[in-house]
Design a protein. Sequence first.
Length: 315
Amino acid sequence: MTTLENRPASPSRALDSEPAVPLESVAPAVAYRTAKINGLDIFYREAGPKDAPVILLPHGFPTSSHMFRNLIPALADEFRLIAPDYPGFGNSSMPTVDQFDYTFANLTDVIEQFTETLGLTKYSLYAQDYGGPVSFRLAVRHPERVQALIVQNGNAYDEGIDNDFWKPIKAYWKQRNAESEKYIRGIFAREGTIFQYVNGVRNVEAISPDNWNMDQPLLDRPGNAEIQLALFHSYGSNPPQYGEWQAYFRKYQPPTLILWGKNDVIFPAAGAEPYKRDLKNLEFHLLDTGHFALEEDGGKMAGLMRNFLRKNVAP
């Protein structure tokens, strides 16, 4: 006869007897903070030692700092990672187009002031999608602060926007009206948002629907469509800056890691190749994935970033 005292422990009792494992021992804790910048609440994610080399992570469209949710803890044992949300995106303030002029120059102003508020005097920049022009504008303003560039489907050359995807956008730059807006509105409608995540990936089942289910309700907020239309129009101010950005590359030669989703139809691999013309300390990787390469190849990319920054950025 088996008594209660000598009966084998049930699975639940056995688990209860195991000591709890602090989550911090599995992955470094991420802090969720807000900085006041010119009256705006700028939300940001941060993790890593305060005295570690800084990686500044401006996000792409149509997302937010959420795009870095997995990269941050993957590198925070060795680096300090900081990912802000732009005005009108994520958890930051969303002033209307009448209250804030949504241009890439002004987004860069906000991020510049954000870095100064946090006392960031040296950092590496992650340049992807909208984070490309924000990062490159910031680098031109403060070349002495930039320790390295990580370029992931972030464009700085005419070759990168010379395809069918960009033709209607270029028409919108030339003439903004109800007709030219139709294509743009489709990009930030639900199907367009999903497309940006799944185009060019190896395995659609590897891409979490949490991405578009988080982005789309924010895009659908009253007044946000006008913000996105303004920024798409302002993107036309970036190609005239390409020459200045390329001159910065040639003059300052920032160590640069290219991690490019080669199947991206938005920023195709043709935009990655020209960096080889201007940068000497360049590590170049074309990845078999799409626009948001972190979604499918985040682990590989984190390893490449770690090794590259160890070699090129002094602790």
